[in-house]
Design a protein around this ligand. Structure first.
Ligand SMILES: C[S@@+](CC[C@H](N)C(=O)[O-])C[C@H]1O[C@@H](n2cnc3c(N)ncnc32)[C@H](O)[C@@H]1O
Length: 325
């Protein structure tokens, strides 16, 4: 397992301030990761705080437990933020600890540095490792198994939609060629297939990001189904908030951020079309706290350049039941 200290929590100060948790609050961290945000929340709260941390990755849960120790205020649950809502342990925690609803929900989307830097997890083109990329190593197909199921059209579509890769078609063909020739086993093999279309050195000389970045992002998103049910998870989370409770979501690329923005606006009763009127009345459950989102400070950007693409969106629950607009 990589060093726990390798993960620096992003926008830590902003998250803690924006959540406005009461000292005895009820809080859900849906992407516990290595427990960086959770640690700060526990440190600033009183003995009555109850924090439920959820993560789909067993290594992350173990690392968070090692970091946070046997704090009686903390419960850690193995599940996804899409499915946790119907987990009997979540329902029991909710009934016992938060019968009136939650004061705060945090989602810090994407991968942790623990995942990205551990070669055996297969997330990084910088390290030689198996083509895995699953956040939960016990669930679903590996990246290699997923690629084996694709044809040139579906692979190119995934590279284009999830990686915004303009050379999606030739890269898809190069990946499938390598696979069919028995040359696709590792992260390096996948990166090499991309470099046959977009050579690495010229990009490096121009100071551009590595040409494999977008392909790795796209395949990781597809393998983990990262965008498919994010909107639904946000709606389920908002439904758990008590009036005045806040939800804070950090996203790391525009595809995620667009879903967060649209979901928050929809739940705030703001219609984004098509047409002038929604076909049915929108819920009015949220107030947008920072409609444009918050980005990392200059100081954070220079201390932690990996935070550069982060955007924090915050919204506050304004009513107990959906109201017609
Ligand atoms: C950016 S890290 C969170 C870091 C954490 N806030 C910290 O300070 O240490 C994101 C975490 O979310 C987890 N994750 C990603 N998608 C998930 C999902 N659908 N359900 C539950 N956990 C998920 C990943 O396994 C990873 O540990």
């Amino acid at each position: 397992m990589a060093e726990i200290t390798a993960h620096v929590p992003v926008m830590l100060q902003e998250v803690v301030e924006q959540l406005q948790l009461p000292p005895e609050g009820r809080m859900l961290d849906l992407t516990l990761g290595l427990g960086g945000h959770a640690e700060a929340i526990l440190a600033r709260s009183g003995p009555g705080l109850r924090l439920l941390g959820v993560d789909r990755d067993p290594e992350a849960r173990a690392a968070a437990r090692a970091r946070l120790g046997a704090d009686a205020r903390l419960t850690i649950l193995a599940d996804t933020y899409e499915d946790v809502w119907d987990h009997p342990a979540f329902e029991a925690w909710r009934a016992l600890q938060a019968p009136e609803g939650l004061d705060g929900v945090l989602m810090d989307l994407g991968c942790s540095m623990l995942q990205l830097r551990d070669p055996k997890r297969g997330f990084s083109f910088r390290e030689e490792g198996p083509l895995d990329m699953r956040m939960d190593p016990d669930q679903g197909p590996t990246a290699l198994q997923w690629i084996a199921e694709q044809d040139a059209t579906s692979l190119a579509a995934a590279l284009f939609s999830y990686g915004q890769e303009r050379a999606s078609r030739p890269i898809a063909r190069a990946i499938l060629l390598a696979f069919q020739a028995g040359r696709l086993h590792s992260t390096r093999d996948l990166a090499e297939a991309v470099y046959t279309v977009i050579p690495r050195e010229p990009a490096k000389r121009k100071g551009l990001s590595d040409p494999a970045t977008r392909t790795f992002q796209a395949i990781r998103i597809a393998v983990n189904g990262e965008l498919e049910r994010l909107g639904e998870a946000l709606r389920r989370a908002v439904a758990q908030l008590k009036p005045g409770g806040r939800i804070a979501v950090i996203s790391f690329h525009s595809l995620e951020d667009r879903i967060v923005k649209r979901s928050f606006r929809h739940l705030a009763g703001i219609w984004d079309g098509p047409g002038r009127q929604p076909p049915e009345p929108l819920p009015r459950l949220l107030r947008l706290v920072h409609p444009g989102g918050i980005v990392p400070s200059e100081a954070e950007l220079s201390a932690n350049p990996a935070s550069r693409s982060a955007r924090l969106r915050v919204a506050e629950r304004i009513s107990e039941t959906p109201e017609a607009s």
